[in-house]
Design a protein around this ligand. Structure first.
Ligand SMILES: Nc1nc2c(ncn2[C@@H]2O[C@H](COP(=O)(O)OP(=O)(O)OP(=O)(O)O)[C@@H](O)[C@H]2O)c(=O)[nH]1
Ligand SMILES: [Mg+2]
Length: 370
């Protein structure tokens, strides 16, 4: 409960909020803010205050701007779009890196080590997550900050859990817009984490420059069960936990992955996807992975593939949003909702063809009821 409150823009602790206070928490709102007497409602910021705050990397304002972007309320959406439009000249200058892998592969441990390494090199790192399941389970893959304890305390890093609630399409939009806000705030490396399940890998591939799979040893078993699909999406396979007794197995797995990758179409034209090993826990191989990414950026910028991919991603984003919007608005239409079960019944009982049923629903949606 208290976590939830942290990300609600309208409540701030009384000590900090005095200057903003317009009303004390009371009535039914008390339930939403259990510590009611200590919490006050904050005066709403104007769009220019958000913009100015994000640009000077005020972390509180950045977090609140993200909350605005994540909100489904029409009022917030409008303001969020105004802010994003103003910030557009300041976005796009980061390297966007996606990280996927099965639960337990070591994503959190890797991000902790890699993020700190990058901060020490003078970068500023934002960590985001795409976890459409969080709306169902109520949890979040970045909920456990324990594995990113040092990074989450580092002023050069900014960690934001996956937005909760809503469809994959919704999570997609929110994460992309959050990424833009982080870029405007000066974060030059964006790490996007996702659990290797279902569609989320495609979504993350569609928003990053470099995509990596964190894998474990026992490549043989994994390769057998693994969809070839994911291997064709990534720019590197990192075999983690290459330490102690596990090291020889990790090296063998690296070999197996490389053999397998040899026959696949690379995810990025002009780049050979290869397997590497690392130990996120002991920080070994982290620097090597960074060199791989640096090389990737240099090669793809040189060939134009880097910019070309970004242009494609923007175009795909437009189409994905249109589809998402139309789908949501179609199924939310009151007449469609009313008619759908009836039409379904007609189809199932063999009284109407699928095509004529769908046409009927669409004409209802388009207000052309015949
Ligand atoms: N020996 C060893 N253990 C590791 C390494 N990296 C991670 N681990 C351990 O593996 C376990 C899982 O690591 P996490 O970082 O939580 O894995 P994750 O991929 O984030 O898992 P989910 O959040 O469940 O998806 C933890 O107990 C880690 O300490 C490594 O390089 N070597
Ligand atoms: Mg994790």
């Amino acid at each position: 409960m208290s976590d939830e409150r942290t990300y609600r823009p309208e409540w701030v602790p009384k000590e900090r909020g005095d200057e903003f206070a317009t009303a004390y928490v009371k009535g039914k709102d008390e339930a939403a803010a259990p510590n009611a007497k200590k919490w006050v409602k904050r005066r709403e910021r104007s769009a220019s205050e958000y913009i100015e705050g994000v640009l000077r990397n005020d972390r509180t304002v950045l977090a609140q701007a993200i909350t605005l972007v994540e909100s489904n309320a029409a009022k917030h959406m409008e303001m969020a779009q105004q802010i994003l439009n103003e910030l557009l000249p300041h976005v796009g200058k980061s390297i966007r890196i996606g990280i996927t892998g099965v639960p337990g592969a070591g994503k959190s441990t890797f991000i902790e080590a890699f993020g700190q390494f990058l901060c020490e090199k003078g970068h500023r790192v934002a960590v985001l997550a795409v976890d459409p399941s969080s709306s169902i389970t109520g949890g979040s893959i970045l909920g456990d900050k324990t594995r990113m304890e040092n990074l989450s305390r580092d002023p050069r890093a900014f960690i934001r859990p996956s937005p909760s609630g809503g469809t994959l399409g919704g999570v997609h939009r929110k994460t992309r817009e959050t990424m833009l806000l982080c870029e405007a705030a000066g974060y030059d490396i964006i790490l996007v984490e996702t659990v290797g399940v279902g569609q989320s890998e495609f979504v993350v591939r569609g928003m990053v420059d470099f995509f990596m799979l964190l894998a474990l040893t026992g490549a043989g078993d994994e390769l057998q069960g693994m969809k070839k699909g994911i291997m064709e999406l990534v720019d590197a396979v990192i075999i983690n936990k290459a330490d102690g007794d596990n090291k020889p197995k990790a090296l063998a797995a690296q070999e197996e992955y490389n053999q397998f990758l040899h026959y696949l179409r690379p995810a990025t034209p002009g780049w050979k996807t290869e397997a590497h090993t690392c130990s996120a826990l002991y920080g070994e191989g982290i620097e090597h992975i960074w060199h791989v990414i640096e090389k990737f950026v240099a090669v793809t910028k040189q060939s134009g593939v880097f910019e070309e991919r970004r242009r494609h991603q923007l175009k795909d984003w437009i189409y994905a949003m249109i589809k998402d919007y139309l789908e949501t608005s179609f199924f939310a239409h009151p007449l469609v909702k009313e008619k759908l079960p009836i039409v379904e019944n007609h189809v199932i009982s063999g009284r109407q063809s699928v095509t004529s049923a769908v046409r009927e629903l669409i004409s209802v949606y388009e207000n052309r009821e015949s």
